[in-house]
Design a protein around this ligand. Structure first.
Ligand SMILES: *Cc1c(COP(=O)(O)O)cnc(C)c1O
Length: 403
């Protein structure tokens, strides 16, 4: 990468950023450095307090050559200054919240977001004397109304898991910055092919690398991307000291996945649009939500904010629970399983009443109405994979026939 002197495109970035042939062996593919410790000179410090950004490798929790390669690649993909890789998306999110918020602070969080984040901000974070307001962040007025003098962070997910409801990043960045708060965007569903939140004013971008970036369902990982100054502080405190660092082996797997990630996103989006259109025309399907369909309630914002509509869609059928049983038993290619963003197609049923009880605790009737308008009694969340589109549709067709 350091040898490249001209501006490069996204495919070249995904393949080359952070990597260069090994100076000792000439190996073209990156080595995996699994060593947890590195031989130091006698002046090396023993505390991260004095750790310089360009310090020699000392201990893998502080930094590691393979993890560093992944971090350089991630920062380049989001057009950010620095990235820090974590053991999972949740490890990244935890490190971010504990970095950005102190006792007495207030944060505004998407009322519908990744379930573990919702549960953490319902149960754990308030116990640290940090107050949280959950807001439907597609509603800019509701965000503005929730701002308090001690609001330090606005945290949004767009498109949000599992509703695929969108948030206008530029508009929320303006609200956050007027209030003296930072904006963090979980862009796992969008990926840097669709949306680059830092370019729209966000201060932090978060990804679960377990999903599209890794892309093969074989390695957990997470990242935070942002400014050098802010992330240098975060690395010393909530990354290194709390310790949710990624294994170099997983970093290597995810880096290998990223090489084909821009290509994969093209097919994910193409296949998802074809499936969305097929389902929208099917008599057993009551509703399809996909940002790339004109019927998505925020299709205009999707066109403005997303350069690729990604591979996630939801749909509703009558008696979803019964249908889930049939899908789990009779699908032949599509796996009935959680997670998303893999090369394999994955489908899972999310009943509204269960989710509203366990993960999302709405405080206003408007929040419930908005949920119902996107999810009804329950949705199938479908992560459309890279299989032949005829085969994916064939698999769906024969299970829908049984309903
Ligand atoms: C999966 C996911 C996470 C959590 O990531 P893990 O790698 O499972 O910890 C966070 N946000 C979104 C939107 C996700 O889909």
């Amino acid at each position: 990468m350091s040898k490249i002197t001209f501006p490069i495109g996204i495919n070249t970035t995904a393949i080359h950023a952070g990597e260069e042939p090994d100076p000792v062996t000439g190996a073209s593919a990156p080595n995996i450095v699994m060593s947890t410790t590195f031989v130091a000179d006698a002046n090396a410090g023993f505390s991260v307090e004095g750790l310089e950004e360009d310090a020699a490798w000392i201990y893998t929790r502080w930094g590691n050559p393979t993890i560093h390669q992944l971090e350089v690649k991630l920062a380049a993909l989001e057009n950010g200054e620095t990235a820090i890789a974590f053991a999972s998306g949740m490890a990244a999110i935890t490190a971010l919240l504990l970095h950005a918020l102190r006792s007495g602070d207030h944060a505004i969080i998407s009322d519908v977001a990744y379930a573990a984040l919702s549960e953490m901000t319902n149960e754990i974070i308030p116990g640290l004397s940090i107050s949280i307001t959950k807001v439907d962040t597609s509603d800019l007025k509701a965000i503005q109304k929730a701002v308090l003098p001690n609001t330090r962070l606005i945290y949004v997910e767009t498109p949000c898991n599992p509703l695929l409801r969108l948030t206008d990043i530029k508009a929320v960045a303006a609200i956050a910055h007027n209030a003296g708060a930072k904006l963090a965007v979980d862009s796992t569903f969008a990926t840097p092919i669709a949306t680059r939140p830092l370019e729209s004013g966000a201060d932090f971008v978060v990804h679960s690398l377990t999903k599209y970036l890794g892309g093969h369902g074989d390695a957990l990982g997470g990242t935070i991307i942002g400014s050098r100054l802010e992330l240098a502080a975060l690395r010393k405190t909530t990354a290194i000291r709390l310790g949710g660092v990624i294994s170099p082996f997983n970093a290597w797997l995810i880096m290998r996945g990223i090489a084909t990630f821009p290509l994969r996103m093209k097919i994910h989006a193409e296949n998802a649009l074809a499936v969305a259109r097929f389902l929208e025309g099917h008599p057993k399907v009551a509703r399809v939500i996909y940002p790339g369909l004109p019927s998505h309630p925020q299709h205009e914002l999707a066109q403005r904010q997303m350069h690729n509509f990604s591979g996630m869609l939801t749909f509703q059928v009558k008696n979803g629970r019964g249908a889930a049983q049939i899908f789990a038993e009779h699908l032949q290619i599509i796996h009935y399983a959680v997670s998303l963003g893999h090369h394999r197609s994955l489908i899972f049923y999310l009943p509204s009443d269960d989710l509203l009880q366990s993960s999302f605790k709405f405080s206003t009737p408007e929040q419930l109405t908005s949920w119902k308008s996107f999810a009804g009694e329950g949705i199938f969340r479908f992560s459309v994979g890279l299989e032949d589109i005829e085969d994916i549709i064939h698999d769906l067709e024969h299970v829908l026939e049984k309903l």
